[in-house]
Structures are given as C-alpha cells and as structure tokens.
Design a protein around this ligand. Structure first.
Ligand code: HEC
Length: 172
C-alpha cells in the first residue's frame, strides 16, 4: 500500500515538475494569432457549454414584448456591441481581425441564442475571450433590453432596417 501511495506521489510531482519546466521554457505560443489545438478547443468548448447552461437557468425571462424595450436595446447595441459583432450593413471594427476567438457575427447566425442564454453571456462575459461582462456597468433592465434586441430583432433586420433605426432613434 505504502509503495503505491509513494509511486502516485512521485508521479504527480514529476508531472507538475515537467509542466513547470514547460511553462518556464517559453515554448507555449501565447499569441492571439496561433489557434488552440483541437484538444484544447474541445476542452474549452465543453467547459463553456456546461458552465453557461448551468448559470443561465437562474435567469427568468421577463416580458420583453414592449417595443420600447427592443428600441432601448438597439441604442445600447449600436454603442457597445457593433464594434465587435457588426450589424446588418455595418462591418465590425478592423481590430476584430486580430481577436481570438473572433467575435461571431451574431446577426448572421442561424442559431440565434435563446434569451436566457444570451442574457447570461451579456451579463457575465466569457473568460479568456474578448466578450466583456456588462453586469458591472449595467442593471438587469438594460441587460434584458440588450438581450431582447440581440435575440429577437437583430437577426431579422436588413441593412436598410438598421440604417432606418439609426436615423430614427440615434440622436446625433
Ligand atoms: C471586444 C469585443 C466584444 C464586444 C465589445 C462585445 N462582444 Fe460579444 N462576444 C465577443 C466574442 C469574442 C464572443 C465569442 C466568445 C466565445 O467564442 O466563446 C462573443 C460572444 C457573444 C455572444 C454569444 C454568441 C453565440 O452565438 O455564441 C453574445 C450573445 C454576445 N457576444 C453579445 C454581445 C453584446 C450584446 C454586446 C454588447 C453589449 C457584446 N457582445 C459586446 C466579443 C465582444
């Protein structure tokens, strides 16, 4: 028994030692321009999926049918999100070419996120990506307005619709 415990302990110490040496060696490429290998990608995506699925269940979607809520969400989206996610007829900023992972063009997605999930992501952000958490800067009312616009309206807009809303609702 003692021998087994000792072997396990030595193996753990050797593995941590090897990891420590690897970390100090500078071999790991931390550049945004080098994608993760497929195992790391799988680990990140699986962990992310389950973490969001667990967290989002705490949210109860309020009544978002009042068009004023969507309009308020549009104004915030245009100010805060368009630089990374773009919008119909509006390109994301050039700096998104250098982000890893690249922000998805939400409005083109066939798989628009349901409100419960989108709200969690907008409120909490996603670790180790450039998706910020808006919870510290915005109250839940604003976050639900952003969610209403992102989940229910954005994907249905044409470039002309988006332009019209900008002319109508954004005060210059
Ligand atoms: C600095 C860039 C940046 C800004 C600004 C930003 N996002 Fe994101 N967002 C990202 C990235 C990157 C991802 C993808 C993260 C990943 O791959 O897990 C993302 C993911 C998302 C997703 C999940 C999309 C999906 O299909 O999985 C939603 C919803 C979202 N963002 C909404 C917003 C909203 C709403 C705003 C503005 C309030 C915003 N984002 C601002 C970078 C940004």
């Amino acid at each position: 028994m003692k021998k087994i415990i000792l072997t396990v302990l030595v193996t753990i110490i050797v593995l941590f030692g090897a990891l420590w040496l690897y970390m100090l060696s500078g071999t790991y490429d931390i550049s945004q321009l080098t994608p993760h290998n497929s195992i790391t990608k799988w680990m990140i995506n699986t962990t992310k999926h389950h973490s969001i699925e667990k967290g989002m269940k705490e949210n109860t979607v309020p009544d978002l049918s009042n068009p004023e809520i969507t309009i308020s969400g549009f104004k915030m989206y245009n100010k805060l999100c368009v630089e990374c996610h773009g919008a119909p007829g509006v390109e994301a900023e050039a700096m998104t070419k250098g982000l890893y992972p690249k922000p998805p063009t939400i409005y083109k997605s066939n798989d628009v996120l349901e409100a419960q999930e989108a709200f969690w992501i907008i409120k909490n952000g996603i670790k180790m990506t450039s998706m910020p958490a808006y919870g510290p800067s915005h109250n839940d009312k604003d976050l639900w307005a952003l969610t209403a616009f992102t989940s229910y309206k954005l994907g249905k807009m044409t470039p002309n619709d988006y332009k019209d809303w900008k002319e109508k609702y954004i005060v210059k």
